[in-house]
Design a binder for this molecule. Sequence first.
Ligand code: ARG
Length: 501
Amino acid sequence: MPDARGPRKEDSVTARLWGGRFRGEPDPQIAAFTTSLPFDQRLYRADILGSIAHATMLGRSGIIAPDEAGRIVQGLREILGEVDAGLLKIEGAEDIHTFVESALRTRIGDAARRLHTARSRNDQVATDLRFYLKGEIVKIVGRTLALQQVLLALAEAHSSVIIPGYTHLQRAQPVLLSHHLLAYVWMLHRDVGRFRDAFARTDALPLGAAALAGTSYPIDPQLVADLLGFSSLCENSLDATADRDFAVEFVSAAATLMVHLSRLAGEIVLWATAEFGFVELLDAVAAGSSIMPQKKNPDAAELVRGKAGRVMGDLVTLLSILRGLPLAYNSDLQEDKEAVFDAVDSTNASLQAMGLILHGIRINTEAIAARLRGGFMGATEIADDLARRGMPFRDAHELVGRIVLYAQEQGRELWELTPDEYREFSPLLDASVVEATTPAGAVARKRSHGGTAPERVQEQVQAVRGALTENLSWLASLPAVPVEREAAAPGVQPGGRAPGR
Ligand code: ARG
């Protein structure tokens, strides 16, 4: 009988978890082409904690001997500690899963060969990515809430500043600066909602799906879910290993957030021009030119705007990988990670940069006040008064157009015309129209729900505070991850009882 055992090939320099049915070594170029270790090493914590939970479950379910499970868990804990401390370098393997298993083998020997019982890298990588992403979503939500607070503080510090509101980038009607800033706070509020939705659907455990079909071992996936802090189990093993729509949802939420940040960044770039001059950036968040000594450029804000394009690209990358892909796992899915990681990095960096940019921004109230003149932004108020007093709005619109032309020819503001001049245009107009055409007068009248009148904006501030508090308490309510505590605290018996069971 031929000896089917032969030498163990996975002990070669570039660790592999397969090789028995292969006669030759992989082509080095192909090995370099197919490796994911350069980027998936970012998942090391998720991978090790996932393996600790899996080994604990194998031991408690009697699938492997409790003492072997104990050695595996202890070895994994040590590996995690050493990687964290920079003592163990992640290298020399096909991917992070292979690396962890071979590091474990080096450390504890043959018991390590039982870790992969009842699982596959296919359910493992899906678990790692979900676990990692849940943590990243929590961090991004925290940073988004912090940015909302910066915007809110800026709004409150300038609660009486009136700016021109624009449509078509032409001056339209005056609004409170705080109203303008709060518009971004609401966008970010919906972004947080999208991240929370993505979190809820990411929060399902794929481990136990094995390669694609499930497993014949009497596993206890609920125990693994409890240890890793997943609130539910994936219901279909093919779906569990093949689906990445949780990642699509996350990157989609990130892309939407980034588009919002890019609009804010774009306005800061515009407002920081000499032509606008509405704001001045702190030197610390601006940059000079290598040739033009006079320049002060808003580089950081421009980069936030630019990075939005990257994250949009990440979303297209992910969707393109999934499009038409047959079930279940395919190596195409390995390409999901860099898109997700890039979205995570770009979004985190942009949220932090935006906070710094806004933190020290100077609002130039004189330049803003100068732009409240010459735009005839009170014109709609006159038309509204005429319409309220019986004139059809279309006729009022026409008449006010002539009033604007008159004021323009005279080089005067609408609020500089006299009540008598207004009465000559129409007996329906009285002295009150003069005040109504001033920026403060026009703003004060916008008392509709969500309008820019100071009392409505004050209500918004209260509503925003309530929304912030609710999101902060969601963050605080997230359950701890038991396996993280166990990994930190030595002496837990994998053969013992699960917490809370
Ligand atoms: N490195 C792989 C990935 O990132 C892990 C799963 C590999 N599974 C497999 N059957 N080759 O997707």
